[in-house]
Design a protein around this ligand. Sequence first.
Ligand SMILES: [Fe+2]
Length: 537
Amino acid sequence: MGAARPVADLVLSAREQERAGCIPEAIERYEAAIAQAEREGERTILAEALRRLAAVRHQREERERARELCQRSHDVACAIGNELLAGEALNALGVMLVREGELAQAQDVFLRILQLGGASSGLRARVEQNLGVVANIHGDLDEANARYARSLREYQELDDEHGCALAYHNLGMVSADRHLYDDADRYFRQSLEVAERAGDVHLQGLCLLNHAEVHATVKRFEDARRNAEAALAIFDQLGARVAKADAYRVIGVVYRETGRPALAESRLRSAIQLASAAGSVLCEAESTRELAVVYQGMGRNQEALSLLNAAHRLFNRLDARIDLVNVRGRVIELEGTYFAVVRDWGQSIESSDSYTFGHCERVAENAVFVAQTLGLDEAQRTAIRLGAYLHDLGKVKVPHEILNKPGKLTKDEFEIIQMHPVWGIEMLASVEFPWDLKPIIRWHHEKYDGTGYPDRLMGDEIPVSAQIVGIVDVYDALTTTRSYRPALSHEVAVEEIVRCRRSWSAPVFEAFMSSVGDLSNAESPADGGQGQESRAA
Ligand SMILES: [Fe+2]
């Protein structure tokens, strides 16, 4: 090994430079090591130096060169029959593919390493870990859990305590995602214990932070706050800005959930600023969504919706390659929050108005039913559901005595009522929605024959979504008790809608008749308070 000594030292010093963040120096030394190893025929060292240089180049986005280096490392290892180094080269290639978003290819590469069978326990442990990450990005939590568990067994066989700590941490994360909070609790404790013993401060911070999230979820807020504060101190010391932003986010959530909205707002604002400055789209998106929920709790609905829109845009910018998350899952979760905020707002209008309880919910449900019958896609159905919740938002500006007048409305009073679609749009002027629901709010009282309001649109000028909400709104008004008449039965209400069929396009009318208006679906009408809708409709 005498002649190999200097070249091995060169690789070691390159690794030191790399760890210290001196990347140009590291590259220079790896290249020198490669040249020297080639001259001296030190092919084991050559294979290793090629692989390590590949990883550095890949982090600098030099993808082509990185892949070539990896391939060369693999070829050299195969030529000398070193299966372990050949496997390491493939594993490095797989990691690059994950970062490039080529998940299927990456998975093939990782599985090939396991099939080749030449891998050491250490390599198998890392490959299983990587397969767990791929499964996690796919949202396949059971698979991720199984992979992380196998990785743990490999590390245990090796007596690799630090490897075990990493595996415990990942198992904690996936257990939390699977809502197995006791398991997550145990894994984070185990990981933290080892991280403390091994002096891995960064891992300690991650364990404390992710454990805090679990505590917050199971409403152990004092534990959550203490752990998140400890994590914050660690990340502050390490200068880890994204992790620090995550800690602020968890602390903000704890303050919100324990009834301290001003503190929650301040911590979540810090999280958003820090995440944005550090370029973490994921943390910025999540913190923005959490702040929206703070505003929802304060009744500041416009601001809540503006923040949810910002979060929606951010989630759509998320990159599974960089953030290593299941993007679709995050977007679905956000849309759930969105629905909750809009539904709450719709119901709060209901309670200040003289509506029958549940009007918005029933209109939303029935409108989606009609939309399905018409074969509208998911985005259109979402717009219709949200538009249905908010269709009468502008009624909060109609004076109470007009809205609740038991007798006949004067012409002037009716003109004021007719302003509610326009006022609704004005209230939402500053809110940009990811879905096209403003046409529903403005035009749900337009009629196909041009006799509606506020814009007297005619025929297909009226968006289908507005016609759908319009027809189910009329149906709901007819089937609930009004000040001037009792609730009509389903059959009589449908007869009335048939009589007014020229108010809607034939396809919308027919879709209504074959779904909500189907006489075989007849139920007894809901009973409740008074309403104005049939008068307006
Ligand atoms: Fe209305």
